[in-house]
Structure formats: C-alpha cells, structure tokens
Design a protein around this ligand. Structure first.
Ligand code: SF4
Length: 162
C-alpha cells in the first residue's frame, strides 16, 4: 500500500503536535479548504510524494527513541484512511501513542471504528480563522476538539481531553 505525503513529510522532534516529543508525519491532500489554512501547499492530491507504507514504518522505527508518540498531520490524513490505519497500528505495536489531526468532524467518522481503532487523540474540525487563538494548546481555533477516541468509542459519546 502507498501513502501520499507532503514534500516536507516529517518532523523528528515536534513539541507542538501533542504531548511530549513526537514524530510528526505530514500527509498530502485535503478537500476541506479552510480559510487561512496554515499549510495550503498540502491541499493538492497530486503533489507531494508517494511512499510505500513499509518505508514509513521503517522511518518511524528509526526515529522512535525518546518519542512519546507520532502525530499524523497535513493536509488531512483521514483522506487516506487505510494508510492511517496501517501507520497507527504500527505505532501502537512499538508503544508509541497516536494523535491525528483532521478537518473532518468526529461525528462524520465515528462509525468507521476500524479507522479509529489505533488513534488515541483526534484533533477534529475545520480551522476557523475567526476562532483562532494563539494561546490554545495543540489546535488552531477553539471550535476544534481534542477527543479521547478510545473512551469516546466505548462510551459512544464524545469525550474531550481535560
Ligand atoms: S483541514 Fe487542515 S489542511 Fe485542510 S484546509 Fe483545513 S487547516 Fe488546512
């Protein structure tokens, strides 16, 4: 299986995409088109680079030291749900937690439990420029939610991180 990632595909030591030191992967392709998007070069589904999923696993493995987890960013990772499943399952298998950003709302994807099975935290929803707040941790605008996915799936209700 292949995954399309952005030209600058990886950050090895991010501290802004979730707690701890994280390995961030930037997906290419987003259909949402938020006004004021911080990463417009990731919108096209034709640009970026195609990687074999096995290669991504290798890269994660090599960069796992001192990491708390991986973060899937973009772009909109959930435009490539199968790749998200494969990568997040692999991260869990080597004890890394998984955060995933998406312009979709949790309600749009909650019934796809397989896609969410190995995601710990979903930062969901469009970026809304009028709701932007630089003081917010791990998100750009206050309509976006930090959702504890596994608790939400079990309780069949949206549980946000405290
Ligand atoms: S969902 Fe993310 S990548 Fe897509 S337009 Fe909105 S802010 Fe940009």
């Amino acid at each position: 299986m292949k995954v399309r990632l952005a030209d600058n595909s990886f950050i090895n030591d991010s501290i802004v995409d979730g707690p701890g030191i994280r390995f961030t992967i930037f997906f290419q392709g987003c259909s949402i088109g938020c006004k004021g998007c911080f990463n417009p070069q990731t919108h096209s589904f034709l640009k970026g680079k195609l990687y074999n999923i096995e290669k991504i696993k290798e890269i994660i493995y090599k960069n796992r030291h001192l990491k708390r987890g991986i973060t899937l960013s973009g772009g909109n990772p959930l435009e490539q749900p199968q790749a998200v499943v494969e990568i997040s399952r692999y991260a869990h298998s080597i004890n890394l937690d998984v955060w995933c950003y998406t312009g979709f709302k949790y309600e749009q994807i909650a019934r796809k439990e397989t896609t969410l099975k190995h995601i710990d935290v979903l930062v969901d929803g469009k970026f809304v420029e009028e709701k932007k707040n630089l003081l917010l941790k791990f998100r750009g605008s206050f309509n976006q939610r930090l959702i504890d996915v596994q608790k939400s799936l079990i309780l069949k209700n949206i549980i946000e991180l405290k």
